[in-house]
Write a new protein. Sequence first.
Length: 78
Amino acid sequence: MNNAEKLLNKLHDFKNYAIVLTAISTFLYIGLILKGSQLTDTKLYLVTCGMVISLLFAFVFFRRALECKKKLNEIEDD
């Protein structure tokens, strides 16, 4: 497998990771809206932290996918 194929595979993997983490964060947010009043302060804090952490990791993976895409475009231009 050459370098371009590896970058393309990484690009798809990072995008998939980011999409899954965004979906997890969305489900946590929906759960927070539906059952937020029933949660104790500690559980509310944990759900909010989980949501924020998954969004941060999703952002990191989207950035990594963008870097891979730029490298792939540079390889294809050469």
